[in-house]
Write a protein that binds this ligand. Structure first.
Ligand code: BJW
Length: 237
């Protein structure tokens, strides 16, 4: 079997690397509200608050304690050893997939280590703090940089490429996402109806959308994903 595989990942895959999820009891949305930091309106109303939220997460991500875990590494093994195409679509803005070595990767909700200029639209690698006075390295305008992430009400990146891959895939694997945020939450239905694919969910616990999958595997991603990758590679051998 060498049909394309599409893997969707969410915050749960990075939990064992030390990054909080959003909707668990100890998650990000339990400490700060979506309306305060994750909408274009929030950024317009209080850009400094939103910059601070992302500055803090950028600093944590680059601290030595946050490293890719066994689940990220297993997906790299899948990409390298599977004889067909493997595309990882992540909702995560961390860089743990690329640090592990993933190459065919789409960050549909953007990247924490990038900033975008609202004036000249250029995207810049960014590892330090930003504030409302920071100048764009491209056009020099101060105060028009924003995190290169997708907030509620904004269009996720590379949707055409994702939909095309979902329509062709033979296996759809969803890892560590609650399945509550669209359009990602609808990918399983697209993969099954457009791609006629076999859908597998791996999550700490069943989600509201588990019933849409052909298989559900409960448990930490660091345990579930390596076992699933072994199975997919064995099936392709
Ligand atoms: C483990 C684990 C371990 C724990 N191992 N598992 C009504 C109906 C349909 C849609 C809408 C609607 N009203 C509004 C919408 C649209 C809206 C939406 O979906 N809202 C819903 C909440 C209802 N969506 C949007 O606005 C999106 N854009 C859009 O639709 O554009 C269309 C458009 C059309 C025309 C014009 C313009 C636009 C954009 C969504 C942007 C999401 N942004 C965020 C924040 C930005 C990035 C950041 O700061 O990090 O992205 S929100 C947040 O949620 C983040 C995540 O990527 C996203 C998904 O969360 P995820 O990854 O699923 O995390 P959790 O915490 O929810 O789940 C983690 C799971 O892991 C849990 O199940 C745990 O059990 C599990 N877990 N430890 C394995 N060790």
């Amino acid at each position: 079997m060498t049909e394309p595989i599409v893997v969707l990942t969410g915050a749960g895959i990075s939990r064992e690397s030390g990054l909080a999820t959003f909707r668990d009891a100890d998650g990000i949305w339990a400490k700060v509200s979506i309306e305060e930091v994750a909408t274009p309106e929030a950024f317009r109303a209080n850009p400094q608050r939103v910059h601070q939220f992302y500055n803090d997460r950028r600093e944590q991500l680059q601290g030595g304690e946050v490293q890719p875990n066994a689940a990220h590494e297993a997906l790299v093994r899948l990409e390298r050893e599977y004889p067909g195409e493997v595309l990882v679509v992540t909702q995560n803005i961390d860089d743990l997939h690329e640090r592990a070595g993933q190459e065919n990767l789409i960050h549909m909700h953007g990247e924490l280590l990038k900033m975008r200029c609202e004036r000249c639209s250029t995207v810049h690698d960014w590892r330090t703090d930003a504030d409302t006075t920071t100048a764009c390295p491209g056009c020099g305008t101060a105060g028009r940089l924003r995190p290169h992430v997708v907030w509620f009400g904004e269009m996720p990146f590379e949707m055409d490429r994702i939909q095309e891959a979902l329509a062709r895939c033979g296996t759809f694997l969803s890892i560590g996402t609650s399945g509550t945020v669209y359009p990602a939450a609808g990918f399983v239905q697209l993969a099954k109806t457009m791609g006629d694919s076999y859908a597998i969910e791996a999550n700490l616990e069943p989600t509201d959308t588990s019933g849409l999958f052909d298989e559900h595997h409960s448990g930490p991603a660091g345990e579930q994903v390596p076992a699933l990758v072994d199975r997919l590679l064995k099936g392709a051998a």
